[in-house]
Design a protein around this ligand. Structure first.
Ligand SMILES: [Zn+2]
Length: 313
């Protein structure tokens, strides 16, 4: 028996109940991040279940959906962007007793046009199936143009290098297709290097005046050889050299959240290795298609590349 929106009845724009920040380390800062996402609270009359999701989202930007319940929750499934993701449910101790908690980190594709996009959350709460359907408003966001000059071989790519790139792309595709049914990630993300941003996410790029794909991550400043740290706990799925990305590490953080680190001078981890948040995974370098040493940091949410900046502490 489905009772649509009975448990998750909409209750206006104001946030309600316990601050979201309670559940995250560095919570105070994270609360302000969530506020940027224009969260709206929703819960039953009794306050037993609360679903939080933003009302407005932007192309290329991440957002968080959380479900918090006082009652036992067996299963939570989020449907977004044509995909259903099962979320693990955690039991957490609170001042008032126990709370069940599930969270998803979701993204809006860079090419998403403004309009309304459906978000659906299904949950089994105290043995009964419930469903909430919402429509998130996608607003327009402009990304600037960037022109770069790189070595000719990275623009007029030789057949052998293209073949190599295709093989690497297939491996990356597999890594980004992972939907590990655990949540290793937590917010805020740890900044992998302390340096400032030299190239923002989403730049519409021209290499040697030829149009290429938009910038799928951020470039962070860092001296050659300076340490790079994992943005969150996870499992290394790829640690290898790629034609464009140079020495690269991909970390699976569960629920389809994968972080990536490019152009490294050194790899300190291997595929299959479990890493902690903040663990050194290698060093800044200038391998692959670059103009100089820096860290390219990328974040894929269920295969959708997003701007990681709003998720840092
Ligand atoms: Zn980059």
């Amino acid at each position: 028996m489905m009772s649509h929106d009975r448990l998750f009845s909409r209750s206006g724009g104001a946030r309600q109940g316990r601050p979201q920040a309670f559940f995250f380390s560095g919570g105070i800062v994270f609360l302000s991040v969530l506020a940027l996402f224009l969260l709206s609270g929703a819960r039953t009359a009794s306050g037993a279940v609360r679903l939080e999701a933003p009302e407005v989202v932007f192309p290329g930007q991440p957002f968080v959906v959380t479900l918090i319940a006082d009652e036992p929750v067996e299963k939570v499934t989020v449907q977004w962007n044509g995909e259903a993701i099962d979320l693990p449910v955690e039991v957490r101790q609170t001042g008032a007793g126990e709370a069940r908690y599930a969270a998803a980190l979701l993204g809006v594709g860079l090419s998403q046009k403004p309009g309304r996009v459906p978000l659906r959350v299904d949950a089994v709460v105290s043995g009964a199936a419930h469903s909430s359907r919402r429509e998130l408003k996608v607003r327009d966001k402009e990304y600037p143009v960037q022109r770069l000059t790189v070595k000719k071989r990275y623009v007029d790519v030789a057949r052998a290098d293209l073949d190599r790139h295709e093989k690497e792309r297939a491996r990356v595709k597999q890594a980004l297709a992972l939907r590990t049914g655990m949540r290793f990630w937590d917010l805020p993300l740890h900044r992998p290097v302390p340096g400032g941003v030299s190239s923002v996410f989403g730049l519409r790029r021209f290499f040697n005046d030829q149009p290429r794909k938009p910038h799928s991550g951020i470039d962070l400043r860092g001296a050659q050889g300076s340490p790079i740290q994992a943005c969150a706990e996870g499992v290394v799925v790829l640690a290898e050299n790629h034609f464009f990305a140079g020495n690269s590490v991909y970390i699976d953080h569960g629920e389809g959240v994968v972080s990536m680190y490019f152009h490294m001078s050194r790899l300190d981890v291997r595929a299959g290795e479990r890493v902690k948040k903040g663990q050194v995974i290698g060093a800044v370098g200038s391998t692959g298609r670059v103009t100089g040493p820096h860290l390219h940091f990328g974040l894929s949410l269920q295969g959708v590349f997003v701007d990681p900046m709003p998720l840092f502490e």
